[in-house]
Structures are given as structure tokens and as C-alpha cells.
Write a protein of this length. Structure first.
Lengths: 116, 110
């Protein structure tokens, strides 16, 4: 079974530039998550989708971050404009529909973002 | 106060040693508990769920104390391949939202 796919794997940008990350979840997984993991910390949930609807975006810095999940499959996370403190690994995860949850979340390899 | 607190380590232990990690959580409404493992520069992967009755998977034993809001992971007969960061994870609510601790770094020495 194919895992969660993410691209790009690495990205270096200058502050104030914009950047976008892409995620393709495991086939059939209704729930998709974006996490930010800063060096030395655990992953922090940014946004959670169930199909193409947002379940939780309480920790998403909405002034600069946006995310969408068109057609309830792939998702993109965008940062515009980037700040130095956005340097982190951005992890995408997916899980089956959490009807009777919790279900295991499967993580992609992440995108390592460096903002200079 | 962080929702999930762990000793960041590092824990440096020799092969064959027994090592224990502890974790506390602040939200008494938390429903489910897990340990995830994260290798260097890799993604987190589920190691095991944690149940109130305690559960064991080979050399790994997890315990949950709801009254004290405390979770533990015991690794017996440590192997070099156990070297990784161990993340304590709490799930609360029906949305499957996971709250991660900062992780505890384990380095098993030959």
C-alpha cells in the first residue's frame, strides 16, 4: 500500500517569499492533517480536514498560512509571506474516517523548509 | 503549561539496559494515549497505544495512570536500533486530534 506522499522534500526561500507544499494521502483516507514540527519539538497540528471540510484550524496562523483540500483528496498548504520562524518540517498525515476513532495517523516524509 | 510534558533527554544507555520514559498530560478529558517513534530526519510512526490496564508488545510496555494523568513507556533489553525520539501523544475529543509532547531522545550505546 502506498504511503502518504509529500513534495517537495526540501525548500529554501527568503523571508517574505511565498511557498506551497503538496500532500497526497493514503487512498481512501478521509481525514488529512498538516503539522508543523520545529527542531527539538513535537509536531503541532495546523489544520485538519475531513473529506474537503475543515474540522480544526485553530492553530493555523491565518494571516499568512492557508490550506485547501479540493475534491477531498490532495491538499496544499501555502505560506505567504514567509517569516524566519516558519523554518520547520511540515508533515502531512492521513487516517481513515474517525467515526469510532481514534485511528492511527500515517505520516508522510515531510517537507523541510528553511527561510533565510 | 504544555498539554503534554516529557523529559527531552537525551537518555544514553548501554545495549541490554532497561530504560523508562515518563509523560504527563494536563487535559483530564483526554481519551486516548499513544507512543510514537521518530527516527532522525524521518516521520513519526505509531509504536503502541496505551491502555488503562497496561499493555505489552515484546520488549515494550506502556502504562497509563488516569488519576495522576501520567503515561510511561518501558523498554527492556535495549537494542542499538531502539535509538530514536519517543513521542508521547494524547488524543482528546471526537476529531482524532493528536497533541504531541516534545519527545525524549534515546541513544543506545554499543
Amino acid at each position: 500500500e502506498a504511503g502518504v506522499a509529500q513534495s517537495p522534500r526540501y525548500k529554501i526561500i527568503e523571508k517574505r517569499q511565498s511557498v506551497a507544499f503538496w500532500c497526497n494521502p493514503i487512498s481512501g483516507h478521509a481525514t488529512l492533517y498538516w503539522y508543523q514540527q520545529i527542531l527539538g519539538q513535537g509536531p503541532k497540528l495546523l489544520i485538519q480536514f475531513q473529506n474537503n471540510g475543515v474540522v480544526d484550524d485553530s492553530q493555523l496562523p491565518k494571516d499568512r498560512f492557508s490550506a485547501e483540500r479540493l475534491k477531498g483528496v490532495d491538499s496544499t498548504l501555502k505560506i505567504q509571506p514567509a517569516k524566519l520562524e516558519d523554518s520547520a518540517v511540515y508533515l502531512c498525515a492521513s487516517s481513515p474516517l474517525s467515526r469510532a476513532g481514534p485511528y492511527e495517523q500515517y505520516f508522510g516524509p515531510g517537507t523541510r523548509l528553511t527561510v533565510t | 503549561r504544555k498539554e503534554v510534558e516529557q523529559d527531552p533527554g537525551p537518555f544514553n544507555v548501554p545495549e541490554g539496559a532497561t530504560v523508562a520514559f515518563n509523560c504527563t498530560y494536563s487535559n483530564s478529558a483526554s481519551q486516548s494515549f499513544f507512543w510514537y517513534r521518530q527516527d532522525c530526519r524521518k516521520e513519526p510512526k505509531l509504536l503502541m497505544s496505551v491502555y488503562s490496564s497496561g499493555n505489552e508488545d515484546g520488549r515494550f510496555t506502556a502504562q497509563l495512570n488516569r488519576a495522576s494523568q501520567y503515561i510511561s513507556l518501558l523498554i527492556r533489553d535495549s537494542k542499538l536500533s531502539d535509538s530514536a525520539t519517543y513521542l508521547c501523544v494524547v488524543n482528546h475529543g471526537a476529531t482524532n486530534k493528536l497533541i504531541f509532547g516534545t519527545g525524549t531522545l534515546l541513544a543506545v550505546q554499543p
